[in-house]
Ligand binder design. Structure first.
Ligand SMILES: Cc1cc2nc3c(=O)[nH]c(=O)nc-3n(C[C@H](O)[C@H](O)[C@H](O)COP(=O)(O)OP(=O)(O)OC[C@H]3O[C@@H](n4cnc5c(N)ncnc54)[C@H](O)[C@@H]3O)c2cc1C
Length: 292
């Protein structure tokens, strides 16, 4: 197991904000994975799974956390076909754009809407990442997780998911997704490529994807206008506080202009929540994971 003291969230997250965890543990093989519980007990730290850090807002200061990252051999493979479905196995640390390219090359359709999301496969499952009608967990057949001190394979009947939510029977605070099997129907390489491109260009035109952000800050409320619209109506599109701001391209994206702090981000977030609630009666819930 590779270990690093005092890893900095500002280097490990796409928002580039936040202080330090006490330790970063990088599991390089399955023995490292099964040793995690013991190591965590020795360290007396709370574990946090970390993918590409593209959905995390870490607070400033030092935190009694051990970040756990995977550096296992990467696998993406076709397992076989049954009826009109093709089964695929993929490791959790594979970057989502690589996985989408693999699916396109094999003419497998379903996840085109996720083009442009800068996460890992594990993070996309844990968050049930979704966009343009595509949703990561819809295609899951089984997930291999490290949970409660052992590695388990969970069939789809044991999994539950919803809007930016994934869980399984008996899931605890900390679990580590190691790999997944998914099933997709066939399309054509051309059509899949074209759709991914269309979605990517639509994202690029409407979201500040080249700036430091964590994607959408708030979840869309279950009913009524989208969070971005509520924020815009409350006057928060483009609103700045110190080195952070709500994007003037998409009001639900909080961006770090380069000199922001997590405290400023959290303060601006709270101001926006209060303003939206006062105006519409709707309490926005964070989509980003606030750590700790
Ligand atoms: C420009 C931009 C655009 C985005 N657009 C979208 C979008 O359209 N739709 C959308 O849904 N999201 C979007 N996001 C948010 C984000 O990219 C996704 O949620 C992504 O799936 C998170 O993956 P990650 O690997 O970065 O996870 P991280 O940010 O590292 O972690 C997110 C959560 O998942 C957990 N986690 C990560 N890996 C594992 C694992 N292996 N096992 C268990 N838990 C794990 C973490 O503990 C944490 O709770 C966007 C982000 C950015 C910066």
């Amino acid at each position: 197991m590779h270990e690093k003291l005092l890893p900095n969230f500002s280097r490990l997250t796409t928002l580039h904000l936040g202080g330090r965890a006490r330790m970063l543990l990088v599991a390089e093989n399955s023995e490292d994975v099964t040793a995690l519980s013991g190591r965590m007990q020795e360290l007396g730290l709370k574990p946090l799974a970390l993918g590409n850090g593209s959905n995390i807002l870490a607070r400033d200061g030092d935190h009694d956390l051990a970040l756990v990252r995977l550096d296992l051999p990467e696998r993406m493979e076709i397992l076989g076909r049954e009826g009109c479905e093709t089964f695929v196995r993929v490791s959790a640390q594979v970057k989502l754009p690589h996985f989408l390219r693999f699916l396109c090359e094999h003419a497998l359709t379903g996840l085109e809407g996720l083009a442009g999301i800068p996460g890992t496969v594990g993070g996309a499952i844990a968050m049930n990442a979704g966009s343009f009608g595509s949703e990561m967990c819809r295609y899951l057949r089984s997930v291999t997780v490290y949970t409660g001190g052992s590695i388990q394979v969970l069939e789809s009947s044991a999994l539950s998911y919803g809007y930016r939510h994934f869980a399984f029977a008996g899931s605890q605070d900390f679990f580590l997704i190691l790999e997944a099997e998914l099933a997709f129907e066939s399309g054509t390489v051309d059509a899949i490529h074209r759709l991914m491109n269309t979605h990517f260009l639509a994202k690029k035109a409407s979201q500040p994807i080249t700036l430091a952000s964590a994607g959408c800050l708030f979840k869309n409320p279950p009913a009524g206008p989208a969070a971005g619209k509520l924020l815009e109506e409350a006057g928060f599109k483009g609103r700045e506080l110190g080195g952070v701001a709500f994007s003037d391209l998409h009001a639900n994206f909080l961006v770090n202009k380069g000199n922001g702090t997590a405290s400023q981000a959290l303060e601006l977030m709270e101001l926006a929540r209060e303003a939206v609630q006062a105006r519409s009666g709707i309490r926005l819930e964070p989509e980003v994971r606030i750590v700790p």
